[in-house]
Design a protein around this ligand. Structure first.
Ligand code: NAP
Ligand code: MG
Length: 410
């Protein structure tokens, strides 16, 4: 069989535990047999991060800026237990946070929908993709607990010495208060990434906030989204028949429940934090049926699985047990990254292969009824068979082989 040749490489970022084990299986058994894989490889195994004082994470992020496209395996974000477990120098930062910061990217989380797992909301037929603005607001705010009556104001002192004061309130007794901020630059980058992603995926965009109440803060977000849309995206959206809609956030929630899905929901930091977990649970209940893509305003693109390293399954695997860990999100991370590469390089073959690979996964689950444990739990009817990770990959491989020879074979 003639393998598909990649014109340019993608950045491959390896990770930890069960995710790392599945990563190798997916690459060796589902990608490499079809594609002459060309990658710039960075190993973010927790020990390598420790040995390099985490320089390898920064190098990986810089490589994505150079190469344009990356695919990342889940990585351990160390806490005190992990420091002990791996004898680490310190609790290194979350690699995802480091990479996101360097690329200034927005994370898009999309459910992978299969017919035999019904979403909790019966109207939903197409994915709702949540775009979370992962900068500022309460995540970098400051708070005070006060213990007697008093008053508070906000003071802003600009670099040129100008001062602006705003009264927050006069308080009759003890209480709490909080202040937080965001930056125009970050809001604008967020809006750009959202509109860009929507165009790449042919989706409408919703942005929702509460500007009727938050007349300065949320109103700013609403204005920036409208400005960016009118200036840079309106024409392209109209040509494609796509729409951008702003909704009040409570209105958006009730509309979403009655919608059939099929849009990007852009949300402020806290809203997106809450919303993305709810959407993940509502579509299939398994994080393994969820993709996670990072897109920067410049168009740098990184995919990963939405789940973590699946530590509990890894310990079983180390004991020699076969686990039924679901590799679907990892397979989709590879297929999406390769598809982007194919689109950028104009490689029809590579694009077609990624479609075949995803179809092979769907066929395995929907038609053959072969699933991993987590999917079985979410299904209404019993599946034909609940299998181990390696068996699942084997079935996907058979389906992929078949589809490949049918469509691309010589
Ligand atoms: P996790 O790895 O997502 O796993 C949590 C639980 O979700 C698992 O125990 C399993 O449930 C289920 N699960 C997740 N992925 C699955 C899959 N592919 N197939 C089947 N079931 C799956 O989260 P965690 O245990 O909280 O975190 C473990 C490590 O991952 C931590 O060190 C954390 O820092 C890291 N993490 C990394 C990322 C990232 O790199 N993006 C994201 C999150 C967490 P059952 O045990 O019930 O089967
Ligand atoms: Mg959350």
């Amino acid at each position: 069989m003639k393998k598909i040749v990649m014109i340019k490489p993608i950045v491959e970022i390896d990770g930890d535990e069960m995710a790392r084990v599945m990563w190798r299986w997916v690459k060796e058994r589902l990608i490499a047999p079809f594609v002459e894989v060309k990658v710039e490889y960075y190993d973010l195994h927790i020990r390598v991060r420790d040995e390099t004082d985490d320089r390898v994470t920064k190098q990986a992020a810089e490589a994505i800026k150079r190469v344009g496209v990356g695919v990342k395996c889940a990585t351990i974000t160390p806490n005190a237990e992990r420091v002990k477990e791996y004898n680490l120098k310190k609790e290194w930062r979350s690699p995802n946070a480091t990479i996101r910061e360097i690329l200034d990217g927005t994370i898009f989380r999309a459910p992978i929908i299969v017919k035999n797992v019904a979403p909790a909301v019966r109207f939903w037929r197409k994915p709702i993709v949540v775009a979370r603005h992962a900068f500022g607001d309460i995540y970098s705010g400051a708070g005070i607990r006060f213990d007697e009556a008093g008053e508070a104001e906000i003071l802003y002192r600009s670099i040129s010495g100008r001062e602006v004061r705003v009264r927050i309130g006069v308080f009759p007794g003890s209480g709490v208060l909080q202040a937080y901020y965001n930056l125009d630059r970050s809001i604008e980058g967020f809006a750009k990434a959202v509109f860009k992603y929507a165009l790449m995926n042919n989706l409408n965009v919703w942005f929702a906030a509460k500007e009727t109440i938050s007349k300065i803060y949320d109103a700013k977000f609403k204005e920036v989204f409208q400005e960016v849309f009118d200036r840079d995206f309106r024409d392209a959206f109209e040509r494609r028949g796509l729409k951008y809609e702003y909704y009040l956030i409570d209105d958006a929630y009730s509309r979403a429940m009655r919608s059939e899905g099929g849009f990007v929901w852009a949300a402020k930091n806290y809203d997106g934090d809450v919303l993305s977990d709810m959407i993940a649970a509502a579509y299939s209940g398994s994080l393994a049926m969820m993709t996670s893509e990072l897109l920067s305003p410049e168009g740098y693109y990184l995919t990963e699985a939405a789940h973590g390293t699946v530590q509990r399954h890894y310990y079983k695997y180390l004991m020699g047990e076969k686990t039924s860990t679901n590799p679907t999100a990892i397979i989709f991370a590879w297929s999406r990254a390769l598809r982007r590469r194919g689109e950028l390089d104009g490689s029809e073959e590579l694009i077609k292969f990624t479609q075949i690979l995803e179809e092979a996964v769907r066929k395995t689950i929907e038609v053959d009824g072969i699933v991993t444990q987590d999917i079985a739990k979410a299904m209404e009817d019993q599946p034909k068979s609940i299998v181990s990770t390696e068996e699942f990959i084997e079935y996907v491989r058979k389906n992929a082989d078949h589809l490949y020879h049918h469509r691309l074979g010589t």
